[in-house]
Design a protein around this ligand. Structure first.
Ligand code: AP5
Length: 213
């Protein structure tokens, strides 16, 4: 099963794709996570991506597309995958279609998260992430037992650089201008299924599973 999750920053793509990955035993491919790992490790890709990410704008297509094409060619994607944060513009959507065509694959469903702007800002500004295992928390909606300590592995929680208010605004603008056209792209192909992104994590997960069918 090949699934794309699309939605504005903070909509819950990462939270839900982890659950779907466990449920369907297929990998979650988060371009944001892969890029952040490259930034942390100071790889050539990370060094190029860092400035774009800090400004909340898209990393150039040639870097991201190559990274995703490479990831999709790995063995664990043979039974399916969940793309979280890709494609982010129409060029990336076309590149994905072309790549999948070449290997006789296709997208089965595109799940779109619908969440109002005020809620997105609340979710992003309260998000905390584990430095070691990547578990995601929210200081109000899903707090850790001990402040700034990961329940799962005991490592330190931190706030992402791009979760500061001014960068959040830039990211939301990029979503409206560059990613919303991707929603139209998939609607035209009959693949888009919108899901209400407000509610408990479990409720939203059930709605997604139903939409996937
Ligand atoms: P990326 O890491 O992909 O960030 P994003 O799309 O902005 O999405 P987020 O990770 O912020 O949010 P999410 O929807 O995953 O929400 P989450 O589940 O964490 O990208 C970062 C940057 O990398 C980009 O700006 C760009 O520079 C670059 N990049 C990445 N992909 C790229 C691409 N394809 N092309 C070019 N550049 C690219 O939830 C958010 C918070 O809400 C958490 O605290 C969570 O606990 C909480 N929460 C989740 N669900 C609920 C709920 N139901 N109720 C209450 N709270 C909830």
């Amino acid at each position: 099963m090949n699934i794309v999750l699309i939605g504005p920053p903070g909509a819950g793509k990462g939270t839900q794709s982890k659950l779907l990955s466990e449920r369907f035993s297929i990998p979650q491919i988060s371009t944001g996570d892969i890029l952040r790992a490259n930034v942390r490790e100071k790889t050539p890709m990370g060094l190029r991506a860092k400035d774009y990410m800090e400004r909340g704008i898209l990393v150039p297509d040639e870097l991201v597309v190559e990274m995703v094409v490479d990831r999709l060619s790995q063995d664990d994607c043979a039974r399916g995958f969940i793309l979280d944060g890709f494609p982010r513009n129409v060029k990336q959507a076309e590149a994905l279609e072309e790549t999948l065509d070449k290997s006789g694959k296709k997208i089965d469903a595109v799940i779109g998260f619908e969440v109002e702007r005020r809620e997105l800002v609340r979710r992003l500004s309260g998000r905390r992430v584990c430095r070691k295992c990547g578990a995601t928390y929210h200081i109000i909606f899903n707090p850790p037992i001990n402040i700034d300590v990961c329940d799962r592995c005991g490592d330190e929680l931190y706030q992402r650089d791009d979760d500061k208010e001014e960068t959040i605004e830039a990211r939301l603008k990029v979503y409206e201008e560059e990613t919303l056209p991707v929603v139209e792209y998939y609607k035209k192909r009959g693949l888009y299924k919108g899901v209400n992104g407000i509610g408990s994590v479990d409720e939203i997960n059930e709605a997604i599973v139903k939409a996937i069918g």
